[in-house]
Design a protein around this ligand. Sequence first.
Ligand code: SAM
Length: 253
Amino acid sequence: MDGRQQKRPRGGGRVRNAVLWDALRTVLDRIAPEDGPRDVVDVGGGTGGFAVPLAELGHRVTVVDSNPDALAALERRAAESGVRVRSLQGDAIDLPDLLGPDAADLVLCHSVLEYVDDPAAAMTALTGTVRPGGSVSLLTAGQVAAALHRAIAGHFDDARRVLTGTSGRWGEGDRMPRRFTRETLSSLVRGAGLRVAELHGVRIFADLVPSGLADADADSAEALIALESVAAVHPVLRDLATQLHLVADKPVS
Ligand SMILES: C[S@@+](CC[C@H](N)C(=O)[O-])C[C@H]1O[C@@H](n2cnc3c(N)ncnc32)[C@H](O)[C@@H]1O
C-alpha cells in the first residue's frame, strides 16, 4: 500500500487541494497501517473527484449520492480510469438502510453538509456507517472566509450578514444554503458521538491571491502549497479558510 499511498491526485487544482489530500493520506495511513485496501464510503461523492483517486489508490470505494446524473458521470470517470467504484443513489440520511451499520473504515462527506435538510440527522447517519476505530472526513464551506471574500469585493453589508446570521449566508442571492465555523462543525460532530481528531483550513491564501501569482511558475505553486500546509493548522489562520476540513474518529468502545 505504501507506494500507492504516495500517489498524488492527477489533474489541476493541486494547489487548492494539496492540504486536503495530505490530510486524507494521513488518515488512510492511520486506519490502514498495514497492507490492504480499506472500505471507503463517499457520501455525496458526486462525479468522483475524490472517489476515483481513492479507488486508484486501491481502496474499495462506494459513492452514495442523491443525483443520478452525477452518478452516471462518476461511472464514466471510473471506467476511463480503469477502476471500479460502486455507486448507489440515495440520500445521506438513508445510509443505514443502504449500507447497514459499520460498513466503512473511512466515510467522506465533502461539500455536502451545506446542502442536506438536517445536518445533525445526516451526521448521525454518517456515524452509524463508520466502524469503531474508523474516521469521518468532513469538508464544509467556511463562514468566516465568506465574510472576508464579500468584504474584499466591497459587499460590506453581505459580509456583516454572513457573520451575524446563523446559517452564514449573505442574502437571498447566496447560492450556498449553509456555512460552518470551527465551533459549529465541531459541535455537530460531538453531538453525533464522534471525537474531533484534526481540523485543517483548506485554501486560506489560495483563494485570496490573484491566480496569476499562484500559478506564475512551478516554484510559486510549490511555495504556496508549503504556505498553505503551515497555515492549515495555524490556530488563527485555519479559521479563515474557504473550506474547513475536520477529521472525526469513532471511538472503539
Ligand atoms: C458540491 S457537490 C460535492 C461533490 C464531491 N463530494 C466533491 O467534494 O467534489 C455536492 C454533492 O452532494 C450531493 N448531495 C446533495 N445533497 C445530498 C443528500 N442529501 N444526500 C446525498 N447526496 C447529496 C449532490 O448531488 C452533489 O453530488
